[in-house]
Design a protein around this ligand. Structure first.
Ligand SMILES: Cc1cc2nc3c(=O)[nH]c(=O)nc-3n(C[C@H](O)[C@H](O)[C@H](O)COP(=O)(O)OP(=O)(O)OC[C@H]3O[C@@H](n4cnc5c(N)ncnc54)[C@H](O)[C@@H]3O)c2cc1C
Length: 479
């Protein structure tokens, strides 16, 4: 019996990035994807500052070069600047999701992942030391045995359902309609609140994207896309304007259903991206948070498959990523209330507008929006748990690359020295960040987060043992 070390279900952006991360770390991966052809919709078109950092670190900066850059973001329609962020890539990047998927698909294939399009996962059962995946593909039914399965199969996840992940969810109470329409002459508007609902319009190159929500309207049971007539009626009900002379080129409906799984791992099956957390796409967080899930999970799963992960390392994926998405869900729910609520939220909006005028509030919102506030450990002033980007680490040959596939010891200072480590690669670097770091060594995780900083060898050793199972490492090392 051949067991594929990792089977990823879903070739959306999250599954493809994860496949690339695993492939880069030397783990054979098969991605199964229901769609025979790549998706062609713009969908989640906003990439955040942290995503930009991660893409650059992986040599995928060309995607950002073709994107539109915006230096501003908003919270419930109240705008603020991102340009002051402590990152080489402050801002948001606008690029259609199908382009992000194309670039990540290329990344996955470059690192050896096999992508099986036109293959749908229909069954999952536990084997003795593996998981049996039942697939339906062009050649009929097929079985694939996997060491681990990762469900990256979106908000309606089959993996989540088949493997019985516990879910905490709220059903939809509001629906929004969207359309791209040609031949319209209406003015642009960002998050315009009317007594009857919300209206948004933006015209680019002769195509107007409208989005509308009618207050108090029940959510219909929908099979497929809305009719253009429904968009015309909703727009007229909210704004009094007539869109019926336009020609629709794309129609979409989405709602405020939201949820999150209680655990991101059950044995040999894990979830990432929309399969683990889903919500109304306000603020453009879902895709970004899913991509960060993939980066967090990639090296931990690779270490597990390759036999050198410390006990508990794979479970730390849930511990670190569940709170991040839970917080995003809170932010999205708050924004939804402030944007789609009725007259009762006006006073709250007015106070929030005052608060957004204060520098620390703006800075906090900017850092949160950029995903730079996400730590891998408990909050506090220590650099441990933060990404190392702000330290501006440099070796003699240039900036220290942050996207390794294994942990790295960084010896700091002009005369950096320290004992050679038998199981972890060591590099020497200086720290150009401000304020200077009060440490002579760092332990860097492959996702660029600082696992440890200090000057005692015993502390370093303990930190290494939280990531690496040293005996397994000696047997399976690739230094
Ligand atoms: C119609 C639509 C419009 C959206 N619009 C916006 C937006 O405007 N702004 C925004 O921020 N976000 C939007 N989103 C959300 C955003 O697209 C997601 O957050 C993002 O795509 C999540 O990526 P993912 O890889 O986790 O999941 P997905 O992109 O959903 O990818 C999941 C993949 O799994 C595949 N799959 C599912 N089930 C199976 C199975 N059983 N077997 C094999 N393959 C399977 C699917 O075909 C799909 O390719 C939208 C989502 C949808 C569906």
């Amino acid at each position: 019996m051949t067991v594929t070390p990792v089977v990823i279900v879903g070739a959306g952006p999250v599954g493809l990035l994860l496949a690339g991360e695993l492939g880069r770390a030397g783990v054979p991966v098969v991605v199964v994807e229901r769609l025979a052809e790549a998706m062609t919709e713009s969908r989640a078109s906003q990439l955040s500052t942290l995503t930009a950092e991660l893409l650059h670190e992986r040599g995928l900066g060309a995607l950002l070069a073709e994107a539109g850059h915006e230096s501003r973001a908003h919270f419930a329609g109240l705008g603020f600047e991102l340009s002051g962020l402590d990152s080489a890539y402050p801002g948001n990047w606008k690029v259609p999701q199908y382009r992000t998927e194309a670039v990540l698909g290329e990344y996955a294939r470059r690192w050896g992942a096999t992508v099986l399009r036109g293959h749908e996962l229909t069954g999952l059962t536990a084997g003795s030391d593996h998981v049996v995946c039942q697939l339906r593909g062009p050649a009929g039914r097929q079985r694939l045995d996997a060491g681990f399965v990762v469900g990256c199969d979106g908000s309606d996840s089959t993996v989540r359902r088949l493997w019985d992940f516990p879910v905490s969810a709220a059903a939809a109470t509001r629906e929004l309609l969207r359309a791209d329409v040609t031949g319209l002459r209406i003015r642009d508007r960002r998050f315009e609140r009317w007594p009857g609902g919300l209206a948004v319009a933006a015209t680019r190159a002769g195509v107007t994207r409208v989005m509308v929500q009618v207050a108090g309207q029940p959510v219909p049971a929908r099979m497929g896309r809305p009719e253009f007539g429904a968009v015309v009626r909703a727009w007229a009900a909210v704004t009094g304007e007539d869109l019926s002379g336009g020609t629709p080129v794309w129609l979409d409906a989405f709602d405020n259903s939201r949820g999150q799984v209680g655990t991101y791992r059950r044995g040999r099956v894990l979830l990432a991206g929309d399969a683990a957390h889903w919500h109304l796409p306000i603020g453009g967080q879902a895709l970004n948070v899913g991509l960060h899930d993939a980066v967090n999970l990639g090296w931990k799963l690779a270490a597990t498959v390759r036999g050198w992960a410390a006990p508990g390392l794979l479970d730390s994926y849930h511990d670190e990523r569940h709170p991040v998405a839970a917080r995003v869900l809170e932010h999205v729910t708050a924004q939804e209330t402030l944007l789609l609520g009725g007259a009762e939220v006006e006073s709250l909006r007015a106070i929030l507008a005052e608060l957004v005028g204060l520098r620390p509030v703006r800075d906090h919102l900017a850092e949160t929006t950029a995903n730079l506030g996400d730590r891998s450990g408990p909050p506090g002033p220590s650099p441990i748990g933060r990404r190392a980007t702000t330290l501006r680490l440099r070796t003699d040959s240039g900036p220290l690359p942050l996207a390794d596939t294994e942990p790295v010891i960084v010896r700091l200072g002009p005369d950096a020295h320290g004992p050679h480590h038998s199981t972890v690669r060591t590099v020497r670097a200086r720290c150009d960040g401000v304020p200077p770091l009060d440490a002579t060594a760092l332990l860097l995780r492959p996702d660029g987060y600082i696992a440890w900083a200090g000057d005692d060898e015993e502390g370093l050793e303990q930190a290494i043992e939280k990531l690496l199972w040293v005996e397994g490492r000696k047997e399976n090392a690739r230094l």
